[in-house]
Write a protein that binds this ligand. Structure first.
Ligand code: CDP
Length: 236
């Protein structure tokens, strides 16, 4: 396996630069603006609030209404604002992943609306959106079992790499494995893969991806602690 530098200068297991800003949308209960390489995503959380129509509510837990959307301006060609199958599928599986982190059973008969909007897309947008959404939920003060941290790993041009960008995802041999984990418990909350790969390489890709997830989790914690300093640190 070659260990060549990638087209943007990264080493195989480097993530793109990640920047996190919390509480950027004053209309929401919680929000996060995440820049991940060239990806830019805004995640907002509204709720828990009363659900309409009422028959869609659940008497034993809050319903997570997660929306993943790409803005018309997010791709080089103007994208239709109408959500397609891909947006709906990503919304469903991401909402399920986030539900494993939020203590939904504390808010029966309510809905928690989570909107993620991709302003600029350069591959890895579903994992960026989920990472941002988890931070927006924490920013909203929702009780959580942990954070959802998410990264995609894979293969591009015969090299196993972490956090593929669009150019790498477009390689003829590309494999893209998106993974989200409930942290720090390290439980897999989402796992999706495109491409053809044997079991040995799949295991290696997953191992690299888990390491990337640990790095993302550390960044998430740092951003939350910066905005919400721990009591001990306030008194210092
Ligand atoms: O973004 P992610 O890797 O989670 O999802 P994908 O379906 O593998 O898409 C990879 C990339 O293709 C996106 O991030 C966009 O840059 C691009 N794309 C696009 O230009 N138009 C679409 N309708 C879907 C994806």
């Amino acid at each position: 396996m070659s260990e060549e530098k990638r087209h943007d200068g990264r080493k195989p297991n480097d993530l793109r630069p990640i920047e996190i800003k919390l509480g950027v949308n004053k209309n929401a209960d919680g929000s996060c603006l995440l820049t991940w390489g060239k990806n830019v995503v805004l995640a907002t959380v509204h709720g828990p609030k009363q659900m309409f129509p009422k028959h869609l509510s659940n008497p034993s837990k809050a319903v997570i209404d997660y929306k993943y959307r790409m803005a018309c301006i997010s791709t080089p060609e103007r994208k239709s604002p109408v959500p397609g199958k891909r947006d709906k599928e990503i919304s469903l599986v991401s909402g399920n992943a986030l539900e494993s982190a939020i203590m939904v059973e504390q808010f029966p008969n309510t809905v928690i609306e989570i909107n993620t909007l991709i302003f600029t897309a350069d591959a890895g947008t579903r994992v960026a959106a989920l990472t941002a959404a988890s931070l927006a939920a924490a920013d909203a003060g929702l009780p959580m079992k942990g954070l959802i941290s998410s990264v995609a790993g894979g293969r591009s041009n015969k090299q196993l790499v972490l956090d593929l960008d669009k150019q790498e995802e477009d390689a003829p041999d590309a494999v893209d494995l998106a993974c989200a984990m409930l942290m720090p418990q390290k439980e897999i909350a989402l796992l999706q893969m495109d491409g053809f790969v044997d079991i040995k390489e799949t295991k290696e890709i997953l191992k690299n991806t888990v390491k990337g997830i640990e790095t993302v989790y550390d960044m998430q914690k740092k951003a939350l602690i910066e905005k919400y300093p721990l009591e001990g640190e306030i008194n210092e």
